[in-house]
Design a protein around this ligand. Structure first.
Ligand code: NAD
Length: 473
């Protein structure tokens, strides 16, 4: 018998929603359905797929209110939800604009005069997308839209912690018959995610390193590509010449937006010794101004901690740091309010790399600040991690910042700003170290990875090739 999964509301702590994972046989049937429909989807051509996705977008727009409500219940936050929906809709337009050129192929001359070459791009038939809870809509759609435009069918398995947004998307999907069979959502937890990998030709996974490793292992056994976007412990380096007013504002945003529940959050801050005191005092003053979005969702910028397990991790990291001598200047505890878990922006000093807060992913609004004596030490500390997602460097000049940035092991580095990869979509990047595996999901590569290259080698004359056995010797 299938076990239902009860879903907790992050604001009230109540389990007020239920999902029903498909039994393995039904999951297999759903995947087969998508696989069968894929060839029709591919034959529709890129223009046909664009028209269909635009129809879905219109259908979503007319259900925007339901989608907003569902996402607010999933995440307990409002302003980020509005941003999330806007950027998802914009991403449909952006990919629709790029796809025709990215899918173009042309005949080419070859080094052999009587052999012509035609290149073709063949989509992987069925892509599986497994996504986390921190940006439920964005991260379930970030790979899905380019995969669909490439001509793949997609089965999405969103997180069991924030699954309510699927219902309004499905309502919209049901009005677009061409898309309904090639875009399938399945509800469920880890077991369903693990099972899904057995039926697809390509997997896009966003989540923790621990799960990513399992996904990669299964994909390797099945010989299918796995694109993994995993955790981070992003550092910010503030050099002596940096504009502190700008650095503190940018770092506060990068560390605390979405209550720090973002893979590319700034999670550790290294400041030149001479500017250390001034920096953290400014940061504390700015952190104090931020309010919790409580009791009303409109009240402030800091929403609840979405996943209950994360509240435990944040608490553990704070306690571990304090036990080892960290000094808390503001925030500093996980509080229960109205049944939800909350944490105010927390600035701490007297920190070092023996503490979890400096080495493990916290995923909360915690800003540990550590002084460095020279640039060499700053680079060493920033690179002293198993992760390598992104980073930030602040300096008086772009050149000075870039000189340091080039020494960092991370896929994207914001200069005199923080977490810029969340806001722009052009810069292709790889996740370094344990932060991921596979090519860039951003930029043109984000769509091209769903296409296999096929070559047609065409003989254009009717005489013997010089390398055949026809010469008689
Ligand atoms: P998670 O690994 O616990 O779960 C992610 C997804 O995997 C969920 O849908 C879950 O049901 C599914 N899953 C669980 N076990 C599975 C298995 N054995 N096989 C297949 N699927 C399985 O991660 P989470 O707690 O939901 O998300 C938080 C993590 O995601 C953080 O580490 C964060 O840094 C990371 N993240 C990374 C990015 C990025 O782009 N690099 C973006 C957002 C979040």
């Amino acid at each position: 018998m299938t076990k239902t999964i009860e879903v907790r509301n992050p604001r009230t702590g109540k389990f007020d929603y239920v999902i029903i994972p498909p039994p393995p046989r039904l999951l297999a049937q759903q995947c087969n359905r998508a696989r069968r429909a894929q060839s029709r989807w591919q034959e529709l051509g890129v223009e046909g797929r664009i028209t269909t996705l635009q129809q879905w977008k219109q259908a979503i727009l007319s259900r925007r209110e339901q989608l907003t409500e569902a996402l607010v219940n999933d995440t307990g936050r409002l302003s980020i939800t509005v941003l999330e929906i806007d950027s998802f809709l914009a991403s449909i337009d952006r990919w629709c604009g790029l796809a025709p050129e990215l899918l173009q192929t042309s005949a080419k001359n070859t080094s052999i005069p009587f052999i012509a070459l035609q290149q073709s791009l063949v989509p992987y038939p069925l892509v599986g997308v497994i996504s986390p809870w921190n940006f439920p809509l964005t991260l379930s759609m970030i790979d899905t839209i380019p995969a669909l435009l490439a001509g793949c069918a997609v089965v999405v398995k969103p997180s069991e912690i924030a699954p309510r947004f699927v219902a309004p998307l499905l309502m919209a999907l049901n009005t677009v018959p061409e898309l309904r069979d090639v875009l399938i959502f399945v509800e469920g937890g880890g077991e369903t995610g693990a099972n899904l990998i057995n039926y697809v030709d390509f997997v896009c996974f966003t989540g923790s390193v621990a799960t990513g490793r399992e996904v990669a292992e299964t994909a390797a056994r099945r010989f299918i590509p796995a694109y993994l976007e995993l955790g981070g412990k992003d550092p910010a380096i503030v050099l002596e010449s940096a504009n502190l007013e700008l650095a503190t504002s940018a770092i506060l945003w990068g560390a605390v937006v979405n209550t720090g529940q973002s893979c590319l959050s700034i999670e550790r801050i290294y400041v030149a010794e001479s500017k250390f005191e001034e920096f953290y005092h400014q940061l504390i003053a700015k952190a104090h101004r931020l309010q919790l979005a409580y009791p009303l969702v409109e009240d402030g910028a800091i929403g609840p901690i979405i996943a209950e397990k994360q509240a435990g991790i944040i608490n553990d990291h704070i306690l571990d740091a304090v036990e080892k001598g960290a000094v808390i200047h503001c925030g500093g505890k996980v509080e229960e309010l109205g049944g939800g878990w909350w944490c105010r922006p927390t600035v701490m000093t007297n920190v070092n790399h023996s503490m979890k807060v400096m080495t493990e992913e916290t995923f909360g609004p915690i800003m540990p600040v550590m002084p460095f004596p020279d640039v060499e030490e700053a680079v060493y500390l920033a690179n002293d991690t198993i992760y390598g997602l992104s980073a930030a460097v602040f300096a008086g000049s772009e050149d000075e910042a870039l000189k340091v940035a080039r020494q960092l092991n991370a896929g994207a580095i914001s200069i005199n700003d923080a977490a810029l990869t969340a806001m722009m979509h052009e810069g292709e990047k790889n996740a370094f170290n344990f932060s991921g595996l596979g090519g860039s999901r951003v930029g043109a590569a984000g769509l091209k990875r769903f296409l296999r290259k096929q070559a047609f080698l065409i003989k254009t004359n009717s005489t013997s090739d010089p390398w055949w056995f026809d010469k008689g010797d």
